[in-house]
Design a protein around this ligand. Structure first.
Ligand code: SF4
Length: 453
């Protein structure tokens, strides 16, 4: 390795890429681009944007090799590095009173306890960051390199309250970085998130935060408000109470005020309540037009509306085809299939509604949607993605699950075949004595499987 230069090990070279074309190989090290040392992914993104890039590589035999590459602007070189960030991951310096990682039981896989708070992950993967450990140098690079969107966990714009909620006396001060990033002259886009804790940052504090963040438009593009997730493992942690029906109604009311204002002034809705609020409040899910293109899906905003709309337009297409295509109609009339699937409590009523509609369309279909209560984390955790294998097995055992159990893909850890509690798909099959199929998250995929089309 060249002295004093940090090299980045190349793990993969994408087939057909520029990197492959010019002879860059797995095992080579990237040393510099256009004479600039590459500290991390921020530098790499920025310096590879140009049409002409001079890439300094060190081959496996130690020889340096300078490549002069011409490419389209923004065209990727096609290199995958051993470490996606090209630097060490930064963990958070906070002790948030609402942190879900602190509410996990001991003894789970170590990676589940990692608390990241790395602005480079925000840019790369859309993670939300608190800005509390963003260095001034990173801040300047984000602005200079024009890296966006940046997703920020705001919680509150009251500095003292932010210090308290994040257990970090610098958390309030970090809001200055938010103001700096939101300076319209930078041309950056930011998305915000507020985790709401009852009696702490709701009510008048929420109004203050929404008002302050609204003033950061247009740089602050969207904002989601989600209720704090409370598991049953909160012993010794800050006492937090769950939101009840009336509280949720007030939160939705406050958000609606800002949505209407924003729609009048900017033509979009800006701030969004996550789906869970509607479930707690017992209110219907709003129409698609509220969600401004579903930019906050990752925060559980609009997932139910999108799922229902996709399903009903799929059902309309199927009904039309049934009328026009006799062979298809015969297939639907003769279809006999008995199966089951599982959901968390949050979306159960809507998945059940869709299952009933589909069984009306195809009377030989017997689709049992099983609502699973999360005993592992506690019943206040209602999302399907946090269900464990043990809770699913114990619940499905009480039901007639049919020929096959269709397991939603989001209960599996990314790219793996095990659930949060390390129970594998094979374990579920063995215990339930039933085949398990993983279904993709699109409604189309599920409907196709159920109807055999
Ligand atoms: S920033 Fe707060 S919520 Fe996020 S991991 Fe750190 S302590 Fe937990």
């Amino acid at each position: 390795m060249q002295k004093d230069i940090k090299g980045h090990l190349i793990k993969e070279v994408n087939p057909g890429s520029i990197a492959e074309e010019v002879g860059i190989e797995v095992g080579d090290y990237l040393l510099a681009i256009n004479d600039n040392e590459i500290k991390d992914i921020f530098d790499y993104q920025y310096f590879t944007e140009n049409e002409e890039v001079n890439v300094l590589i060190q081959k496996r035999d130690g020889e340096p090799w300078l490549l002069e590459i011409e490419k389209d602007e923004d065209e990727d070189l096609g290199i995958v590095f051993d470490n996606g960030l090209m630097d060490n991951y930064r963990s958070c310096h906070n002790k948030c009173i609402f942190c879900f990682i602190d509410q996990m039981p001991p003894g789970m896989r170590e990676t589940l306890y990692f608390k990241d708070d790395d602005s480079r992950l925000s840019f790369l993967q859309g993670n939300y960051v608190t800005l509390t450990n963003m260095s001034d140098e990173d801040l300047e690079r984000i602005i200079r390199y024009h890296l966006s969107p940046i997703n920020v966990s705001v919680q509150t714009t009251n500095p003292e309250l932010r210090n308290m909620m994040m257990g970090n006396r610098f958390a309030g001060d970090a809001l200055k970085k938010l103001h700096r990033l939101c300076d319209p002259a930078n041309g950056l886009e930011l998305n915000g998130q507020i985790v709401l804790c009852k009696g702490i940052n709701d009510g008048a504090e929420l109004r203050r935060s929404l008002s302050d963040l609204y003033a950061m438009r247009p740089s602050m593009v969207s904002l989601s408000v989600v209720p704090v997730g409370l598991s049953r493992f909160r012993e010794g942690l800050y006492p937090l109470e769950p939101f009840e029906k009336e509280d949720a109604g007030k939160v939705i009311e406050e958000i609606s005020y800002w949505q209407e204002k924003s729609y009048r002034e900017y033509g979009d809705h800006f701030v969004h309540a996550s789906d869970e609020w509607y479930m707690i409040a017992g209110l219907p899910i709003p129409g698609a037009e509220i969600y401004d293109g579903y930019g906050q899906l990752e925060n559980g905003v609009g997932m139910v509306r999108l799922m229902l709309d996709d399903f009903y337009s799929c059902l309309d297409r199927l009904k039309a085809r049934y009328k026009e295509d006799p062979e298809f109609a015969r297939h639907i009339d003769e279809r006999r299939f008995k199966c089951s699937s599982v959901t968390g409590r949050l979306i159960y009523p809507w998945v059940k509604e869709m299952a009933d509609k589909l069984m009306e369309f195809c009377p030989g279909l017997d689709f049992n949607v099983i609502e699973v209560v999360n005993h592992f984390f506690g019943e206040r955790i209602t999302v399907t993605g946090l269900l464990t294998g043990r809770d699913i097995i114990d619940r499905v055992k009480q039901e007639d699950a049919g020929e096959v159990l269709l397991l939603p893909g989001n209960v599996l850890r990314a790219g793996e075949n095990y659930l949060l509690d390390d129970i594998t798909v094979e374990d579920i099959e063995r215990e339930l004595q039933i085949p398990v199929e993983i279904i993709d998250s699109s409604e189309d995929g599920l409907v196709r499987r159920l109807l055999g089309i």
